[in-house]
Design a protein around this ligand. Structure first.
Ligand code: C2G
Length: 135
């Protein structure tokens, strides 16, 4: 069984996230999704997350692509997870191209195409402006 892992904040889950999860799942048989804690995101400079971790986990679950959801809350956890869970492929959006090449020591690393024209930042701005969101 080919195991794939991906990570993200998945704030205000949108079509870009759904495309990413679908493509990641298609790379193997079993998809593990790591959802970040508020603390982890704060530490990497993401300060304006809208949804709680419970909401973000539920949203990922609702896509139906994740076979297992874990929580990412410390730097260096990716290597621990890949080794512990016996992961074959690490997949992430192409905005991270090259950034996770250090994981090639442990598994294959695949950069998937990023969906254009949609982002959590855009949606957070729309929420702030009180716009009605169609996602
Ligand atoms: N994504 C995408 N297209 C978009 C927006 C996001 O393909 N329009 C992808 C990102 O490339 C990422 C995933 O969706 O693979 C989750 O994106 P974010 O929630 O922004 O999470 P990110 O900050 O990329 O977390 O440890 C955390 C991870 O390293 C990445």
């Amino acid at each position: 069984m080919k195991k794939v892992i991906t990570y993200g904040t998945f704030d205000l889950l949108h079509q870009g996230h759904i495309n990413l999860l679908r493509r990641a799942k298609a790379l193997g048989d079993y998809l593990i999704v790591g959802v970040t804690t508020e603390e982890f995101d704060l530490a990497r400079g993401k300060t304006n997350i809208h949804d709680s971790i419970q909401t973000r986990i539920e949203a990922v679950k609702a896509t139906g692509y994740a076979d297992e959801i874990i929580v990412e809350d410390y730097v260096g956890q990716k290597i621990d997870d890949i080794v512990r869970l016996g992961v074959d492929i690490f997949a992430i959006g192409s905005d991270w191209k090259g950034k996770f090449d250090y994981l090639k020591k442990y598994c294959s690393v695949v950069y998937l195409p990023r969906t254009k024209g949609i982002s959590s930042t855009m949606l957070r701005e729309a929420v702030k402006d009180g716009k009605n969101l169609i996602r």
